[in-house]
Design a protein around this ligand. Sequence first.
Ligand SMILES: [Zn+2]
Length: 265
Amino acid sequence: MTHLELIKQLDNKSNHERLDIIIATLNHLNVKYVTQEYSTGKNLIVDLGDRSHRVGISSHFDRVKNSAGANDNGSAIAVCIDIIQKFKNIDNNNIGLRVFFFDEEETGLKGSKAYVQQFGVKDLLGLSNLELVGLGDKYALWPVGKSSQGRILSTFERVSETMHITTKRFDRIVTNTADHISFQKAGLEDSFTVTCISDEDIETAIHYYKALEFEVDREPLAEIMSNALIFQHYHKPTDTFEKLNENSLITTSSIVWNTIAAMEW
Ligand SMILES: [Zn+2]
């Protein structure tokens, strides 16, 4: 199954149905998972390999009501499933991986908060959270300052470089909220979010932050933002699988997987 075929299945489905599709896919792949039920939702977690400390890779499966939920965040679900498949293909238990499918990211990071509250972060080396990874050929890593040196972060950058793929650190982005925050707050320093972007998005970001220094009005800022490819369908009914690019998804899977493989296990 291609990434886009899975995202097509997820589009416009209820959050409950989206979780059921993930479960059916994992069952089909013969992959064991556990669920964590908390007061308002349910997370799904897949552990791979035998290590006591693991690299976390995460997606959220809920979508905002008004959106079909393809790039946000069906794209990340599809990449997470592909990472699980890649692990199954090599079946190297020396690698330690925990793949998360979080609930209720869009309503206040509730799923990831519930996870760190119950389980903490001690058995994690770090977390690479995926958000909107289906469009573009470059990667924004955020919120990451110039001096950040996390092990997963630097491996991700080094691997991208060898693949001739551009990554760019952003100490903040426009939306600035994602599940890595729950982990950072719980003390896991090497946690960041990966978003696939294009040259137009980078141009827009530069323009946006310049404007922020001078403009306080929301209107011109919103207009600048609307020029970014990534925000054209963001949280809109038009965020459907047809807008995404299989190559962007394949590249995301490859970088994430190569990063995991390049960690010194
Ligand atoms: Zn999202």
